[in-house]
Design a protein around this ligand. Structure first.
Ligand code: PBG
Length: 330
């Protein structure tokens, strides 16, 4: 008697025979609306400036940022995450809290351009604005001062919300940042602005090209505030705290080396989970593809699918527009 729970009755290859069959049984589907485009806008430039370590990515002018946002809408992308690069940086990151700072202007521009057709998000962190490149202000010993930094974050939340942002993304990994940001928003009547918490953010070498993208002068590293790549349980503690402090959505970052964390976080919560496919993940693929060593388009879709399969509902990716266009073509 043949049993069908075993070979030769059981043949899993039957479900892989044709593209139509594979499409029918696919467990994970990418959709343009799952994708969020991170974008850089730099003060005081007349033309977009290419980021050399991220081929295809630029520091936008205010004008080209508007066009990029409109293009993202056209492609059906779900959101845009804005990063500002000011012309002048200082020890406390003054431009990050100036109502007329580049990030606040960019939020206004993009909201004016796209309205509610795209969820507009902003990075809420000081490293783009400080001359030392750290995510917070420093104490007299040169250490990142957690609680003094929180006061700066509260002010950033207020000016970004006043500029019209839909979602703020506190990414500095200071203790208590979600609570302070939530209270600051509520304190000025911006209950509607959501918080996307960078919950499990690792001290990663994969952020390398981002330093160029925001003209960062960071010396040293962020290991006293970002998480150790060796730790997984610590992410669950960060998760508990962020939820208790009022996070509406949570994020794991980077994506590819931390898919196990993504899975654990996604299994543990009932809020939306995002993954950030960071600058180094992008650069690695672009560099290998440029040499003809890998199939660029397949790797892009495979890495995005991997993040979704691991539990991400949304993925921040520098390929958002390209991937969305490809998905729309089918
Ligand atoms: C902090 C921030 C960083 C990134 C996003 N937000 C840099 C860092 O933490 O060192 C990195 C994103 C990327 O590498 O693509 N403002």
């Amino acid at each position: 008697m043949t049993t069908y729970g075993d070979f030769p009755g059981a043949r899993p290859r039957r479900l892989r025979t044709t593209p139509a069959m594979r499409r029918l049984v696919a467990e994970t589907r990418l959709h343009p609306a799952d994708l969020i485009l991170p974008a850089f806008v730099r003060e005081g430039i007349g033309e977009p400036v290419p980021v050399s370590s991220m081929p295809g990515v630029v520091q936008h002018t205010r004008n080209t940022l508007r066009k990029a946002a409109a293009e993202a809408v056209e492609a059906g992308v779900g959101g845009i995450m804005l990063f500002g690069v000011p012309a002048h940086k200082d020890a406390v990151g003054s431009q990050g809290t100036d109502p007329n700072g580049i990030l606040q202007l960019a939020i206004r521009d993009v909201k004016e351009e796209v309205g509610d057709a795209l969820v507009v998000m902003s990075d809420l962190c000081l490293d783009e604005f400080t001359d030392h490149g750290h995510c917070g202000v420093l104490d007299t010993e040169g250490r990142v001062d957690n609680d003094a930094t929180l006061e700066r974050y509260a002010e950033m939340a207020r000016v970004q919300a006043d500029a019209g942002v839909d979602v703020v993304g506190p990414s500095g990994m200071m203790d208590g940042q979600v609570r302070v940001v939530r209270e600051a928003l509520d304190g000025i009547g911006h209950q509607e602005v959501a918080v996307l918490a960078y919950t499990a953010k690792y001290a990663s070498a994969f952020y390398g090209p981002f330093r160029e993208a925001v003209d960062s002068s960071l010396k040293g590293d962020r290991k006293t505030y970002q998480q150790d790549p060796a730790n997984a349980r610590e992410s669950m503690r960060e998760l508990e705290l962020d939820l208790a402090e009022g996070a509406d959505m949570v994020m794991v970052k980077p994506a590819l080396p931390y898919l196990d964390i993504l899975r654990r976080v996604a299994d543990a919560v009932d809020v939306p989970v995002a993954a950030y496919q960071v600058s180094g993940e992008y650069a690695m693929v672009e560099a290998a593809a440029e040499r003809g060593w890998v199939d660029r388009e397949r790797i892009i879709m495979e890495t995005l699918t991997g993040a979704k399969r691991a539990g991400a509902g949304t993925v921040l990716t520098y390929w958002a527009v390209e991937a969305a266009q490809r998905l729309a073509r089918g």
